[in-house]
Write a protein of this length. Structure first.
Length: 129
C-alpha cells in the first residue's frame, strides 16, 4: 500500500480515545496491504482506502452517536451482499452499495471480510499514475 495521511489527520487522531478501534484500523490496513496497490488517507472523521476511487472506510461511531462499537468498516461494492453481519446496507449511488460492518474484535476481520475488501479493491480501479 502506498501513501499515508496527507498531514490532515492520522489513524491515531481518528481513533483517539478508542485503542481497540485503532487496532482494528491497523488490522484492516494489513488486509488491504495484501491487495493491489492502494492509498490510505485519514481525515478528521475516518480512514479511507482508495484505488481510483474509495473502496473502504473505517471510523469510530462514538465520535458522532452514543455507541460502544470500537469501529465500523464501510465497504463500497458494485453489488448488494446479503449477510447478517452487516449492520446496514445502503445504495447511495447507481452501482454502489455501501456495506456497514460493526467491528468489535480482530476476529471480525476474517477471510470473509478479506474477500469483500478484495472485491471492493478490484472494483475501485487502478491507481492513477
Amino acid at each position: 500500500m502506498n501513501g499515508g495521511s496527507t498531514g490532515e489527520s492520522t489513524p491515531e487522531d481518528v481513533f483517539s480515545g478508542s485503542p481497540l478501534g485503532l487496532e482494528l484500523c491497523r488490522g484492516v490496513e494489513r488486509i488491504v496491504a495484501g491487495l493491489p496497490p492502494s492509498t490510505m488517507r485519514a481525515t478528521k472523521s475516518q480512514v479511507a482506502f482508495r484505488g481510483r476511487r474509495g473502496f473502504a472506510y473505517i471510523w469510530w461511531p462514538a465520535r458522532y452517536v452514543r455507541s460502544n462499537v470500537p469501529a465500523v468498516l464501510s465497504i463500497a461494492l458494485p453489488r448488494r451482499i446479503a449477510s447478517e453481519r452487516f449492520k446496514e446496507v445502503v445504495n447511495p449511488a447507481p452501482g454502489v452499495w455501501m456495506h456497514h460492518l460493526e467491528l468489535r474484535s480482530l476476529a471480525d476481520l476474517d477471510d470473509e471480510v478479506a474477500g469483500w475488501l478484495e472485491e471492493a479493491r478490484k472494483a475501485a480501479g487502478r491507481l492513477p499514475l
